[in-house]
Design a protein around this ligand. Structure first.
Ligand SMILES: [Zn+2]
Length: 237
């Protein structure tokens, strides 16, 4: 009797404990089984949140820099020097890209028929020559690089190195060579009305915020190579 009583006393609490375990621990067990998935989901959500709050502004900032920076220096885009074999001499001291030779000479000829006398002032300039122009004038005029760059491109950043650029004057008003006053000459007015027919375009107009207006400086965009060279420049700032 005593033994049975002992056994019963022992069994009943054990049975109760087992019963309690089955009900209370079942959700916990499920939780343990699913915990790796939950951890995985939590990690994904956390990473997403971090991306949205921290990484996204950083990547936007990076895009902003690329869009605004554009590889320009003081407003000038970089240009490679044209290989020598693509240069042709059109008159003493004036070399241009082979692609634009015919169009340029044709333009001068057509202008002459209209009583306008164009004079070519400067064509291809090597990066070395541009280096001399940029740094020697800088020291002579006591100007900082940024001021200097308003009127002359830094070496490696001049359209003249591509041989697709030409500086043009009016043969009847040489005092306006490389001067803003060139815009008041008949030659300039003729160019504004006719240059596009020969695939020439004014490079630095009055809208450019970095580089001074250069009515004498025209570039050729009449070949695929020329269009490729000036593709970046033709994109909106
Ligand atoms: Zn020029």
């Amino acid at each position: 009797m005593d033994i049975n009583k002992d056994i019963n006393q022992f069994d009943i609490p054990l049975a109760k404990r087992t019963y309690l375990n089955n009900t209370n621990l079942l959700p916990l067990k499920k939780l343990l089984i699913f915990s790796p998935f939950l951890f995985f989901i939590f990690t994904i959500v956390a990473l997403q949140l971090i991306r949205n709050t921290e990484f996204k502004p950083l990547s936007n900032q990076k895009n902003q820099i690329v869009r605004n920076h554009d590889h320009r220096i003081l407003g000038h885009l970089p240009y490679d020097e044209i290989p020598k074999e693509k240069l042709v001499l059109i008159e003493p001291n004036i070399e241009v890209h082979n692609d634009m030779r015919d169009s340029l000479l044709k333009m001068r000829e057509e202008a002459r028929k209209d009583g306008i006398y164009l004079v070519f002032l400067s064509g291809f300039r090597s990066i070395n020559l541009q280096n001399e122009i940029f740094y020697s004038l800088k020291s002579i005029r006591n100007q900082e690089a940024a001021e200097r760059a308003r009127v002359s491109a830094p070496p490696g950043y001049s359209e003249h190195s591509t041989a697709f650029a030409i500086d043009i004057g009016d043969a009847t008003q040489r005092e306006t060579d490389f001067e803003t006053e060139f815009e008041n000459t008949q030659a300039f007015r003729w160019l504004i009305n006719n240059a596009a027919k020969f695939h020439f375009k004014l490079s630095f107009n009055k809208d450019n915020q970095y580089i001074d207006y250069e009515p004498w400086h025209w570039r050729y965009e009449g070949s695929i190579e020329a269009l490729k060279v000036f593709e970046n420049s033709n994109r909106k700032l």
